[in-house]
Design a protein around this ligand. Sequence first.
Ligand code: TXA
Ligand code: MG
Length: 331
Amino acid sequence: MNPTRLFHEATDSILPGITRILKDGGLCIVPTETVYGLAANALDPVAVGKIFQAKGRPSDNPLIVHVHNFQAVEAVAEIPGPSVRLLFERFSPGPLTIVLPRKPHVPDVTTGGLSTVAVRIPSHPWVRKLLEFSNIPLAAPSANRSGRPSPTDFTMARAEMEGRVDAIVDGGECRVGLESTVVSISGSEWKILRPGAISSHAIQDCLAPLGMKENQTIQKDAPPASPGMKYAHYQPKACVYIAENFSPEKWEIQTTSGPYGLIGILPEIPEGFEFIRDFSDSEHYARDLYRSFTDADEAGIKTLIALDPGPEGIGSAIRNRLFRAAQGRKI
Ligand code: TXA
Ligand code: MG
C-alpha cells in the first residue's frame, strides 16, 4: 500500500479525490457523527476484503452499509413493511442502523454471508456529501483495530490506522462518540442488537402506533443476533472496572495495580487518581469515552475505574461499551 494520504480539512474540493480512491477499490477513513469509519465500496468484494485485513477483523462480523437517502437504502435492501420507512423518516440521517433483507448484488463479504444487510444514513454533513457525490454505498466499520476503542477524532484515527489505509479525512470531533443503535425487525417485533444514541424508548414511541413491540429476550446459548457482539471489544490497554456507586473509600482492586484512573459524572474529585475525566452529563460521557480510554493509556494508567452513568438516555449505550471494555469486571 502507498503511504496514507492525510486530508486535514473535510471540504467539497476533496470529494473527487476521495471518490477516485474509493472507485479504485481503496480504503478511506471518513468522519461520521458517531465514530470515524473505515470505508470501502460496499459492492466491491475485493475492496471490502481489505477492510477486514486492515482492522484484523473476523470475517464473520458483517459491516454496516452507509448511504445518503432512503432511495439509496432501497438499492441495497428490501423494505419489508411501513415500520422501516417510518424509522428512517424519524431518525435519519442519524445514528440508527437497521438490519434488512439484502438485495442479491450485495456481496457476501459485506454481510458476513448473512441474508441481511445493515444500513444507515449518517448525518455528518461532509460524509453525506461524499455519499451523494460519489453515489457509492460505503461499507464502513469503526476505524479501530479489532477489539480496540473506536476513534472519535482525526488524531485517534491516524494513530490507529496510518499506513493501513489509503486516506484519512479530518472531519472534526464526532458529535455522538458511540457507534449507532443497531435494530432488527421481524414481523411485528423489533429488537435492539446494539444500543446507541437512539434509545429503545424513542424507537418504541415511533413504532408503537403500528402495533409493534420490542423483543427483549436474550437467548443465552443462541448464536448472537449481531455477530459483532460476541467479541471482546472497546478495550484500552488499561484494565477497566465498572463502579456501580461513587464510594472511593470502598473501592478495592485485587487483580491489577496503579497508576489508577477514574472517569465518570463525578459528584466530587477524589484523591489518589493520576488520571481523572469528569463529564458534565451522559452525552458528554458518551462523546469523550473512547478518547478518555486512549488518553488514559497514554498517561500510563494501568487500572481505569469507570463510574456507571445509569440507564437513562444514552446511558444504556455507555454501559454496554463499559461492560465489554471491562469484560464484566465490577467493583
Ligand atoms: O456508528 C456506527 O455504526 C459506526 C459508523 C462508522 O457508522 N460503524 C460501526 O460499524 O460501528 P461496526 O462494523 O464497528 O459495527 C457494526 C455492528 C456489528 O456489531 C455487526 O455485527 C452488526 O453491526 N451488524 C452488521 N451487519 C449486520 C447484520 N446483517 N445483522 C446483524 N448485525 C449486523
Ligand atoms: Mg466497531
